[in-house]
Design a binder for this molecule. Sequence first.
Ligand code: ATP
Length: 237
Amino acid sequence: MPMLEAQDLTVSYGRLEAVRKINFSVEAGQIVALVGSNGAGKSTTLKSIIGLMMPASGTLRFEGRDITTMGPAARVQAGIALSPEGRRLFGRMTVLDNLLAGAHGVASRQVVARMLDEIYTLFPRVQERRRQLAGSLSGGEQQMVAIGRALMANPKLLMLDEPSLGIAPKIVFEIAEAIKRINREKNMSIVLVEQNARLALRLAHNAYALENGEIIRAGKGAELLADPFIQKSYLGI
Ligand code: ATP
């Protein structure tokens, strides 16, 4: 049984169907990439998985449970977390308070302390800057805090929306290494949405390419990297 399964999922903004009858799944312990150009429906898909948007039709199952109509707080409790596009940090709060905001529903202080420790090990810069206002950090450092904040919910499935967007190449490399570590060391499932298709497909076990709200390719990350259509459309080859 997959950890997450979407069946015939349609999500609309009014009359616009941003994703149309898409089917995909994420196995436990996998990194799954969603690639595609601007407006393809990637962010909408993540928003529907976390419950910020309700599907017009279709079903979502998480660990065998139907979560299609469940609210976002209950989905976080069930083990899903989202680091949103554009990071959405509280700029006038400290880095530490931003991280703690992600642990809102975690009752155990020990778990919170352990998660903080893990995030500081993963991103030593975040630890160095924990008393600074989040808004004073560089884009790359803010991205690390945003990933950390999602990790603070102690999820089983971590979803990352455009973690490389607008970030210096050296930091993109650090973030990619961190994504690999989170997956390997914690065996956490990850859904990675990226316009940087090369990066995402290199990291991913499995991948889907979305175009105009529909899945046009599905396969192993390496298979999509080698696919002539994907190369021409998204890799500039
Ligand atoms: P991007 O990287 O630009 O966010 P994306 O693949 O994540 O691209 P979505 O943001 O999911 O794409 O958008 C899918 C479609 O839905 C697009 O046609 C977009 O214009 C539309 N859309 C997105 N957000 C809204 C909204 N709040 N209201 C109306 N239409 C929207």
